[in-house]
Design a binder for this molecule. Structure first.
Ligand SMILES: NC(=O)c1ccc[n+]([C@@H]2O[C@H](COP(=O)([O-])OP(=O)(O)OC[C@H]3O[C@@H](n4cnc5c(N)ncnc54)[C@H](O)[C@@H]3O)[C@@H](O)[C@H]2O)c1
Length: 424
């Protein structure tokens, strides 16, 4: 009898590995940029000897990032950045087929989630890839003695960057943090087109409702909000935007959307989507005036945008009517439907962003890790942009892979754009 020894892990069921591997391979078809980086990493081993922790949504796309990091020579350990986004078959395959340690279970409770954060820190990381900044925040609060091991962190999402800025302001961020979110090849595409499409995908999978003709209220007109509003309109919905920023509101108006405060949007909406990164954007006074059967969901990073506590206080009964779909029956006789427990609906009820956008986001992640190691000891503590040439290289590789050629400046144009003497 032979027994297989696996790397350290806590996943739901290793027998799901075969299905996971098939799905990982399928996603890879749309990830040519990361594949090229992975091939180079396999040759050059830029992360040799580096202990690396990645706290990401454990999806088919993240699998490709983890594989690339391992090929680069890193001793990588992966944990879930969200209790509802883990794809258990992918987690199984990473352990069984690729020898990568994963600690992630779909539906894990908060206690398990934070236990996994501790497991990640027990790995004594030199580099932390974070998504929402929970690992970095825990490290700083609870493991000061490990700070000297850390070369740096890379942050995937807007909310994580907001937290890193707060850490910097409080003087506790003692290592460099690469701002992957703000790379153009990340947020222009991932936040906008990725969140836009996958959020609607999550709503449709959870409810199977027709979007055409519905009033969809999008809270927040940042990158995710713009993509969500654009795609909802494309499906024939009447989109209402709510904002707190005057410039973004104006942009939404001129993009052709109705802009209203949430108080006025609440009675009109059929479906509400929050993408603000802020807390309690939909709260008691809004639930009270919503239409019977209104659907609310969130695609912002944390499950704080919808005040579920106040909704529970208004409800006499909560029942699950479909997977990821809960109906709150209110004392008033009306009902409000919540998708994915108010967590990222695109990851809870669908599969997260399509691979083609994660290709660029994770290309930035992989390049940011290499950059941190190459510049070890040279980068000041604080938040650093992804170098412009890396961003442009990723865009170029993506265009190349899509078979799209673009123009280059002629020498005459270079001279013209560099001179100030020739006017009208
Ligand atoms: N679902 C996903 O897969 C996914 C992907 C990327 C980012 N995110 C998350 O989505 C959230 C938004 O990201 P983004 O890149 O669009 O950020 P952003 O900063 O570009 O946009 C957020 C917008 O929300 C607005 N806002 C803040 N408070 C508000 C309130 N009370 N009411 C209405 N609007 C308000 C802000 O003015 C801003 O325009 C973040 O939490 C981010 O981490 C999720």
């Amino acid at each position: 009898m032979t027994t297989t020894t696996y790397v350290k892990h806590e996943v739901k069921d290793l027998s799901l590995a075969k299905q996971g591997q098939q799905r990982i391979q399928w996603a890879g078809r749309e990830m040519p940029v990361l594949r090229q980086i992975q091939d180079r990493f396999a040759q050059e081993k830029p992360l040799a000897g580096i202990r690396l922790v990645a706290c990401c949504h454990v999806t088919t796309e993240t699998a490709h990032l983890a594989i690339a990091l391992k090929q680069a020579g890193a001793d990588a350990l992966l944990i879930a950045s969200n209790p509802l986004s883990t794809q258990d078959d992918v987690a199984a395959s990473l352990v069984a087929d690729y020898g990568i340690s994963v600690f992630a279970l779909r539906g894990e409770d908060n206690e398990t989630y934070y236990r996994h954060v501790q497991t990640a820190l027990d790995h004594k990381p030199n580099i932390i890839i974070d998504d929402g900044s929970d690992v970095v925040a825990t490290l700083i609060q609870e493991r000061q003695h490990q700070l000297s091991d850390v070369i740096g962190t890379t942050e995937e999402t807007t909310t994580g960057i907001v937290r890193l800025k707060a850490m910097l302001k409080d003087g506790v961020l003692t290592f460099p943090a690469m701002n992957v979110n703000d790379a153009d090849t990340k947020h222009f595409f991932d936040n906008r087109y990725g969140t836009g499409q996958s959020t609607l995908d999550g709503i449709i999978r959870a409810t199977n409702i027709l979007l055409a003709g519905k009033n969809i209220v999008v809270a927040g007109y940042g990158w995710c909000g713009k993509g969500t509003a654009l795609r909802a309109r494309g499906m024939g919905a009447n989109v209402i935007v709510t904002e707190i920023d005057a410039i973004k509101s104006l942009e939404a108006v001129m993009d052709g959307f109705r802009v209203l405060p949430m108080d006025l949007a609440a009675p009109q909406g059929d479906i509400f989507i929050t993408v603000t990164g802020n807390k309690h954007v939909i709260r008691q006074e809004h639930f009270e005036v919503m239409k019977d059967g209104a659907i609310v969901c969130n695609s912002g990073h944390f499950d704080i945008e919808i005040d579920l506590k106040s909704l529970k206080s208004l409800a006499s009964d909560v029942r699950t009517v479909r997977p990821f779909t809960e109906e709150y029956r209110l004392h008033s006789g009306k009902s409000v439907v919540v998708l994915g427990e108010g967590r990222l609906v695109n990851l809870a009820a669908a599969e997260g962003h399509p691979s083609a956008v994660m290709d660029m986001s994770f290309a930035n992640q992989a390049m940011a890790c290499e950059y941190l190691v190459k510049n070890k000891g040279k980068l000041a503590p604080g938040i650093h942009s992804i170098p412009r040439d890396v961003d442009e290289d990723i865009a170029r590789l993506k265009l190349q892979a899509m078979g799209i050629a673009i123009d280059t400046l002629t020498p005459d144009q270079v001279e013209y754009t560099n001179s100030w003497t020739s006017g009208s």
